[in-house]
Design a protein. Structure first.
Length: 214
């Protein structure tokens, strides 16, 4: 496996980690808004609904552009959804925007493997991708649960050295969303590094195939 593959794995892991941590932050946000109880189970459906509606379109979109660019655009959409939730958009709609980005991201995360690896390694690469995604789902649930808890919020709010923390963040759910927003921004920057690396190493597959020819 080359270095680009591990860059992809890291981007996918932290992207999935942020998505699943945000789910718990959004649930806590609904509770802080005293939203009706039926909105909590519907929240996840807003995310899944994006996959269903966009299924016929995200594949052609991913094929029409370089996969690194698609992943960058997709994570930008997810970042917009997270920011919108922090700025006051209802969590159902904001998490739906995140779902749109996730639906756009999904085909690209597998298609990009063919741009880094020869076909003999794709089965192993997909196994690693799926395994890390499952790990990110589990750890994202744990991380989200910790960040919306009172202990984490009390520890952060009691630290008066963080500039602006008491000006635009008032509750534990808002703090959790803000932390996930920072994580999402880091993922977006990682995608930028990933995209530049792909451009610099785009000759890899050709070189591998040429070397394999008799």
């Amino acid at each position: 496996m080359n270095r680009g593959f591990y860059i992809i794995l890291a981007a996918q892991f932290f992207s999935a980690l942020a998505d699943n941590a945000l789910l718990f932050a959004a649930i806590a946000m609904l509770a802080s808004l005293s939203a009706p109880e039926w909105q909590t189970p519907v929240l996840q459906q807003f995310f899944v609904f994006s996959y269903i509606v966009l299924a016929p379109f995200v594949g052609p979109f991913a094929d029409a552009l370089p996969k690194g660019r698609v992943m960058f655009i997709s994570n930008s959409v997810k970042l917009v959804g997270c920011l919108a939730m922090l700025l006051g958009l209802h969590p159902l709609y904001a998490y739906g925007i995140v779902g749109i980005g996730a639906a756009m991201y999904s085909p690209a995360k597998y298609g990009i493997l063919t741009e880094y690896l020869p076909h003999q390694k794709l089965v192993l690469a997909n196994g690693w991708m799926e395994g890390l995604t499952v790990a990110a789902i589990i750890l994202g649930a744990i991380l989200g649960g910790i960040m919306v808890g009172p202990a984490f919020a009390d520890r952060v709010f009691s630290n008066g050295d963080i500039p602006g923390i008491d000006l635009w963040i008032d509750t534990a759910p808002e703090l959790a969303v803000a932390c996930i927003l920072i994580l999402g921004a880091a993922v977006l920057m990682w995608n930028f590094v990933e995209k530049r690396f792909l451009l610099r190493s785009s000759h890899y597959i050709t070189t591998e195939h040429d070397a394999a020819k008799p």
